[in-house]
Write a protein that binds this ligand. Structure first.
Ligand code: EZ4
Ligand code: CO
Length: 405
């Protein structure tokens, strides 16, 4: 089955998405997600100029060889742009193989380990009260696990909500440049335990609670936060420190029993190798879209399983429904799947463009049985939603020093 064309689309049906469509001489096509929030057009150029010409005429069934060809073969390994581009090709090829076999992708991986995918939602607010109201609404909707983030008094527009009350994970296309936020670790560390104390007082110990530090602490600060939060029994503490230097997590680990999660910006298994083999973390948050696709995610899941580490993939609205579907097939299969981040996606604009096989029921995602990944993309409908340049925010300390966002 020969690849005859590769089409790359960039549209904004609510969010910017880069979509890859691989067409074959058998009439079967596959779809992949190549969305890299805030750097979309770099991936578009990588695919158009550097990948597409190499793949025309290749056998679409040769998923492993094509993955190796794009990873080893290009000499310049790793990196988010490269790995997001490879991810989209890989997903599209798994989609094609599934359609050719008339089987959902999870069947090709080895079948189901579970019937449904547990998710955690997000409760955000401009103060504790608002965040807890949001948590209450999510519990009422059936969520079993919720991440709590809250704007911090004295830190105008910080994590949770931006200054104009727009949620940080919405499209920021009305801002010509990255929005800037102020960060102060001491103010944060003095404030955040109160959020979890009040959440437990109001909703008890059953609901699973999570928190994302977005890499803003040093290892010893993260260790202190972990210890302070231990009584509130978090499901995990995410991105407590940056992980370019993986041994940072060793120091967090040594001081606290809070479960640790990291990985949403990792691109290859090498980004997590020491974290996993030293058991410095409990959950690995890599997602198919930014980690090179389904082929390497399968290896990462198996590698992690040797060290008691479970999968908790990144699931923001800046991953397209194709990427969410790829995660879902992996989640249904992986014996060591734990939880999927799910902020909700959909809305009429998005649903005009993507038809996807996922439904939320009682705090879990259900994956409909359809051949391949089970997503369809209406390229005509997508045309009217043109790409809008949008940046993630940046953080600075009060003296102007650039910090981790
Ligand atoms: O900031 O997806 O855990 N989730 C997150 C996300 C990320 C965005 C970056 O594009 O941290 O909201
Ligand atoms: Co995160």
């Amino acid at each position: 089955m020969k690849i005859v064309d590769i089409k790359i689309y960039v549209n904004c049906p609510g969010r910017n998405f880069v979509t890859v469509k691989i067409e074959t001489d058998k009439g079967i096509y596959g779809l992949g997600d190549a969305t890299l929030n805030g750097r979309e057009m770099a991936v578009v150029a990588y695919l158009e100029e550097h990948i597409k010409p190499c793949l025309i005429g290749k056998d679409a069934h040769q998923i492993e060889d094509i993955w190796q060809y794009l990873y080893r073969g290009c000499y310049w390994r790793k990196g988010p742009v490269t790995m997001t581009a490879i991810a989209a090709i890989d997903m599209a090829l798994w989609d094609i193989k599934g359609k050719a076999a008339d089987l959902p992708v999870y069947q090709l991986l080895g079948g189901k380990s579970r019937e449904k995918i547990k998710v955690y939602g997000h409760a955000n607010g401009k103060n504790i009260e608002e965040t807890l109201d949001h948590l209450g609404r999510l519990i009422d909707e059936g969520y079993k696990a919720v991440r709590l983030q809250c704007a911090i008094p004295g830190l105008e527009g910080t994590y949770g909500t931006l200054a104009d009350k727009k949620d940080y994970y919405e499209l920021q296309s009305d801002r010509p440049l990255p929005p800037e936020q102020i960060w102060d670790t001491n103010t944060y560390l003095n404030f955040v335990p109160e959020l979890f104390k009040k959440a437990r007082e109001k909703y008890g110990m059953d609901v699973q609670l999570l928190h994302d530090v977005h890499s803003r602490l040093t290892p010893i600060e993260a260790a202190r936060l972990g210890k302070i939060l231990e009584p509130y029994n978090l499901f995990f503490l995410e991105d407590s420190v940056t992980a370019e230097n993986q041994s940072g997590y060793k120091y967090v680990r040594e001081h606290t029993t809070i479960p640790l999660a990291v990985g949403e910006i990792f691109n290859t298994i090498w980004d997590a190798k020491e974290l996993i083999e030293n058991q410095w973390i409990d959950y690995i948050r890599m997602a198919a879209t930014h980690a090179g696709g389904i082929t390497p995610m399968r290896r990462i899941a198996d590698f992690a399983s040797l060290y008691h580490i479970r999968m908790a993939p990144h699931g923001p609205p800046d991953i397209s429904p194709i990427g969410h579907a790829a995660n879902a097939h992996l989640n249904i299969w992986a014996p060591n799947f734990a939880i999927q981040e799910f902020i909700g996606f959909g809305g009429t604009t998005l649903n005009n463009v993507f038809k996807h096989p996922l439904t939320l029921e009682d705090g879990h995602l259900l994956l409909q049985d359809k051949p391949g990944l089970g997503v369809d993309f209406d390229e005509k409908a997508a045309e009217k939603y043109t790409y809008k340049r949008s940046y993630l925010p940046v953080s600075r300390l009060k003296d102007g020093t650039l910090w981790n966002w």
